[in-house]
Design a protein around this ligand. Structure first.
Ligand SMILES: NC(=O)c1ccc[n+]([C@@H]2O[C@H](COP(=O)([O-])OP(=O)(O)OC[C@H]3O[C@@H](n4cnc5c(N)ncnc54)[C@H](OP(=O)(O)O)[C@@H]3O)[C@@H](O)[C@H]2O)c1
Length: 306
């Protein structure tokens, strides 16, 4: 019997239940994936807690999980790009990836190369697309200096390595224990908190051309001061962006453009996505608690099947 994690009311991680569900049927342009692994993201617990629920109670049970890897199980009408048995990774159609079977739009899947494990592949879609989009929207280029907030998180470490590979100098904020890690991935580490502006100026006497805020923890005023104006700052996590005249990047783009650049980098070792921890499907609640507590170094993965 297919199984999926569901919740029937907004709330803490205890609301998540492993439930028997009908096999999802792929509609036109959709693919059903037999799930091997799922990447955990902040958006999973933000949705579960009702942050986007407009104060309305949940009308029907919801799944959780935005990204997955697995094997194509069936294709819907009109799908020609995929056939049963192909290993893939990508985005879930309905944010319900924490399951034995899930649906994805055919364009939201990428063929999984043999040199990536299913766990490594499930860690990539959201962080890679978001980092790739953020760098494009910021318009930073070789020779410039970029400040990345929360540079040790999934999006931050991807943006850091992608920028470094493009010849951009990266300053990254992280807690102290992540500073050696940031140096390893090509960033100059700086601690959060009081005195941030002075510390960044000392680390980047040439000045900061652009700032990516992947922390969402009140860093926009300092970022505007460092970059010389809100136009050079982009946040993916701070809902007060508009109050500061800063752009909030929220609309996902295609995976294909991002992975055309990132897959060769991953293969050559120019980009590495560490897996912070792995949980089985029936411990999805613990995986989300871990994500909620933060201070990760890479991605949390839910392993569904070997
Ligand atoms: N708008 C979009 O399209 C989009 C897409 C993806 C993600 N997001 C959002 O962007 C943010 C980053 O995503 P992510 O996947 O990179 O997150 P993540 O992997 O969970 O990383 C978050 C990082 O935040 C840092 N952090 C800073 N202050 C912290 C604190 N007080 N408590 C805990 N952690 C703290 C942690 O690093 P240290 O341990 O070094 O502090 C951690 O590595 C999330 O808010 C997520 O929801 C938005």
């Amino acid at each position: 019997m297919p199984k999926a994690i569901r919740f029937s009311e907004y709330g803490d991680a205890d609301t998540l239940r492993l439930t028997d569900v009908p096999l999802p049927e792929p509609g036109p342009g959709q693919v059903r994936v037999r799930v091997k692994a799922v990447g955990v993201n902040g958006i999973d617990w933000k949705i579960r807690k009702g942050f986007f629920g407009d104060g309305e109670p949940l009308r029907s049970p919801m799944g959780t999980g935005s990204e997955l890897s697995g094997v194509v199980d069936a294709v819907g009408p009109g799908v020609t790009a995929w056939r049963a048995g192909q290993p893939v990774f990508g985005r879930s159609a309905h944010r319900s990836a924490a399951a034995t079977h899930d649906l994805a739009a055919e364009d939201d899947l990428i063929a999984k190369p043999d040199w990536l494990t299913f766990e490594q592949a499930a860690a990539l879609p959201i962080a890679v697309e978001t980092a790739h989009r953020a760098l494009r929207e910021l318009g930073v280029s070789a020779g410039q200096t970029l400040l990345v907030h929360a540079a040790a998180g999934g999006v931050g470490l991807t943006a850091t390595q992608l920028a470094a590979a493009r010849g951009i100098t990266v300053i990254g904020t992280a807690s102290d224990r992540n500073h050696p890690f940031l140096r390893k991935i090509g960033a100059t580490p700086v601690a959060y908190g009081d005195g941030l502006v002075e510390r960044v100026r000392a680390a980047a006497p040439q000045g900061v051309d652009a700032v990516l805020d992947a922390s969402g923890r009140g860093v926009l005023p300092d970022s505007i001061a460092l970059a010389g104006g809100p136009d050079h700052v982009l946040t993916i996590a701070d809902v007060t962006a508009a109050e500061h005249g800063v752009r909030f990047s929220a609309t996902p783009g295609p995976l294909t453009a991002a992975f055309e650049e990132v897959l060769p980098l991953l293969r050559e070792g120019g980009l590495h996505m560490p897996v912070d921890s792995v949980y089985p499907l029936d411990r999805t609640a613990d995986a989300q608690r871990h994500s909620e507590n933060g201070h990760l170094q890479g991605k949390i993965i839910i392993k569904v099947e070997d």
